[in-house]
Design a protein around this ligand. Structure first.
Ligand SMILES: *Cc1c(COP(=O)(O)O)cnc(C)c1O
Length: 219
């Protein structure tokens, strides 16, 4: 299989400034190991049980990113090992992550998901809501989380101008927030179909699944 070749090719194309998260949801451990052998260490999953099973059986120097929507009652299962939670969309969820991080004597890194697509199905905060969370006193009391930046998903569309407009918007929100949030360093945007546009708009973390591992049969 060409998975390890794909990894090498993407890493070379993206260079040092853009992190590659290999989205391995639904794929068997053997596929992840091929990517690992190609030098990949950041893997992203969207279901906690699947991620926990893979974490248990695969090499321990893998960093696990949760990229899917997170339910509060599932946080405890990822808190011992998750390295970045991409799609945080409420203060309540941040509080829960903080609580579980504290139990595990860890600090957990998170991104706030901003809704930039027009599709109703996509989760996320609007920029104003995110700003309010970051400015709130409750947020400032959460010592076991670190919000390192923003994540967004563009509309699934062939209309490049539209997708570019959405990514440009998220980049501008990121730059605006960064003035106050000195810990901000991650702007996670771009998937298999739109990562080139995302990178040209300033993404520094892309989440690529099917272009590395092949099409998925289900989500
Ligand atoms: C599945 C998924 C991806 C990867 O999608 P591809 O189109 O296969 O690259 C990226 N981000 C999130 C949040 C996902 O759920």
């Amino acid at each position: 299989m060409e998975i390890s070749e794909n990894i090498k090719r993407y890493k070379e194309e993206l260079g040092e400034k853009v992190s590659l998260v290999a989205i391995s949801k639904t794929k068997p451990n053997s596929d992840l190991l091929e990517a690992y052998e190609g030098g990949q260490r950041l893997f992203g999953e969207n279901k906690i049980q699947e991620m926990a099973e893979k974490w248990e059986s695969l090499p321990k120097d893998i960093e696990w990113h949760m990229v899917g929507h997170v339910q509060r009652n599932k946080v405890k299962y990822m808190a011992p090992f998750v390295s970045l939670i991409h799609a945080v969309d409420s203060l309540k969820l941040l509080k829960e992550i903080n609580k579980e991080a504290e139990k595990n004597e860890r600090t957990i890194s998170c991104l706030l998901q901003i809704k930039i697509a027009e599709e109703e199905s996509k989760f996320g905060l609007d920029a104003e809501e995110a700003k309010e969370i970051l400015a709130s006193e409750e947020f400032s009391e959460l010592k076991n989380i670190q919000v390192k930046g923003l994540m967004g998903m563009a509309t699934f569309s062939d209309d490049e101008a539209k997708v570019r407009g959405e990514f440009d918007y998220l980049k501008s929100v990121y730059e605006d927030f960064k003035k106050k949030q000195t810990q901000f360093e991650i702007l996670s945007m771009g998937m298999s179909g739109d990562y080139k546009i995302a990178v040209s708009c300033g993404s520094n973390m892309v989440r690529i699944g099917s272009a590395i591992f092949g099409e998925r049969n289900y989500n």
